[in-house]
Structure formats: structure tokens, C-alpha cells
Design a binder for this molecule. Sequence first.
Ligand code: SAM
Length: 367
Amino acid sequence: MNRILTKSTSRLSRRVALFLLTPLFLFLTRKAHGQEEPQTPEGEWIKINSRVSLVHLGSIDSFDKTAAGIAAAKLMLDALENNNLKSAKEAVLTYEKIIPNENFGGEYTALQWFGEYLLASPQQQQQFLKEPLVLEFFNFFADNDFANLKEYLKRKYEIEELEDDGSEEATERERFLEDFILFNNPRREEWEQTSKMLDSLNVQPGYNVADIGCGPGYYTFKFSKLVGSQGKVLAVDTVENHLNYVKNISEKYGVNNIELVNNTTDNAKLPPQQMDLIYMCSLYHIIYSTSLEPVKDRFVESIKQALKKEGRLIVVDNGVVEDQTLPYHGPYIAKELIINQLKYYGFRLIDQYGFIPQRYVLVFQVG
Ligand SMILES: C[S@@+](CC[C@H](N)C(=O)[O-])C[C@H]1O[C@@H](n2cnc3c(N)ncnc32)[C@H](O)[C@@H]1O
């Protein structure tokens, strides 16, 4: 694999841009497996000098910190620390302005949501929190006088030095808070069109679904409702903190069709031939770019053997968006890379959808 790795470090976080030269990579992978070059039809190969052959991984800082973003974060912190509604209002207006230009689909929309909550009347605030999972999201950040939200703003935007700054624990903590605010963002439906994505999958009551890389359960709980009491959802993640959160919420709300799986990077740890649907949202770019080939081989094999005969593997990820056309700063990977790699692993693309410009939904079956 020919890989150019660019790494720059900041105080709390590292940004990684990883560029993979795909055709050569596929060629070498197959050589390593003693296989001939595959007979793929014209057009499926991606030129090395194509922009489509790039993978961008923002592993910890999944979006840029800009002057306006930092200013808005400072206003939010002031609003929380000094009960300053004027600052909350300014923060909301700042996010209004910068979201379309700087960060579509990131945590700005969640921070704006908090700002709007602070400005709302008590009745309106009740409306903000009417969904149980939104209420839990809110409580997570708002308990103890907004301790977690303040901590997040300080860490992420480097507004204030914290005691553990520079330690591994600090990096882990920042990553956890950031994952949480990004994935369980109450405004996610609006930017991602989550419901349309789920509708397209036609999940049936009684299904067994594995949500691999479930994070703090945004999709897990949606699948749980769709499959009902006859079905089962396996919430699979390598990060225990995420699974603990899913476990606590499940227990609190008496949800009993979710099982937790703390897997490893080389094994999804799923039971054989039992899954109707295996779902991976914003995970394949990580596997594609960061797993060594033998690890990836074992991981994908563990997914493959878990599917029922007609079972489907769903891969949702972010495509390459042209600079200046959409302010999306998350990690991205061209869908062609995933389609071709999964073809190599024995999966066939049977459908694909897109509901917003940067996100694609790929549907595969084995064979
Ligand atoms: C970008 S997040 C997406 C979370 C969730 N799917 C969502 O869309 O809200 C990726 C998640 O995958 C998890 N992860 C990374 N590598 C993994 C692996 N090999 N197996 C399972 N989970 C993994 C991370 O801990 C993280 O929770």
C-alpha cells in the first residue's frame, strides 16, 4: 500500500490526513493473497491521480476550529458560566451565520440548539426536551450546572487550560465528549435526514440487526423501535464508554431488545448466520484506512459469516465533496473505494441511496 501520511499536532488533538493510492493498494493486497488482478469492468478502477482516490480522516478533530467557531464557543461558555443571555443570543446568531459556510453536519448545530434552549421560555424548553433520548442528551451535558458542556467547550476550543491537559486521559475524554455531541446531536435528523435513510432500509419487526460502531446509540435505539419485541439489536463498539451509555439508557427506559457487544478491531463478535441487517454508519472509512490488511480481512470475514443468507450489509459514509461547494468537514471516503473493496471480500452492491449531498447509503449482499 502506498500511503502518504500527513500529521500535524495541536495541544490536545491530532489531525490526520491520510491519502491512499487505491489501485496500487488493491493490486498489492491481491498479490499478498496470491490472486490475479480482478476482471472488473472498465470504469470501476480509480485513477491514482483522481480526487476520488483520497481518503480524509479527521480522527480526533473531525472538523476545523475557526476564529468564528472559537468566538461562538466563548460566547456559549460565558452564557453558561455567567447566566448571560445576551451572550447566548450572540452565540445563536453567530452559529446561524457560520453553519452554512463552515460546518454543516458537525456540532455547531448542537451548540446552537443549547443556545436556543437557554433563550426559550419554560414551556418552550419542555418542547425541546420532549423526546426521551434528547432529554438524556441534554441531561448528560446539563447536569451539575452544565459541567460536561462547559468542559467540552473548554477542551475542544482550548478556551481554558485544564489540569490533565496533554495527557492520554484528556485526549480520550475530549474524544468521548465530542463523539457524544456529534452523534446524539438533537439536530442530526435535520442535517442528515435520518428518517429517510432508515425508511430506505425497510427494517421489519422481528429483524436481528447489528449496529457496528454504534457509538452512544443514535441508531441503536431507532433500530430497537423498528424491530420491536420479537427482534434484537446488537450494539457493537470497541469503546466501553459508549456501550455503558447505551446500557444505562436501555435499563432506564426498560428497553430489552438491545444486547451489547464489546468487539475488537479484527472481530465484530457476532453470532454466525443470524443477522438480517448489519449496519455501519461512519465506520468503514476508519476500517479502510487504519486497519492493517490481515486485521481488516478478519474483521470483514466476521461480518460476512454473521449474515443470514439474504441478509444485508449497509454501509453509510461520507463522500468526497468539492471544496467550496459544501462546508462539510468530517472524514470522507469515495464510495467507489468501499464498493470495490467489499467486492474483493465477496459482497455485491445491490442498492444505493443518497439523501443529502455528502452521505451515501450502500446496500450489499454476499455473493
Ligand atoms: C464515527 S463514529 C459513528 C457512531 C455511530 N455509528 C453513529 O453514526 O452515530 C464511529 C464509531 O465506531 C467505533 N469503532 C471504531 N472502530 C471500530 C471497530 N473496528 N469495531 C466497532 N466499532 C468501532 C467508534 O468507537 C465510534 O463509536
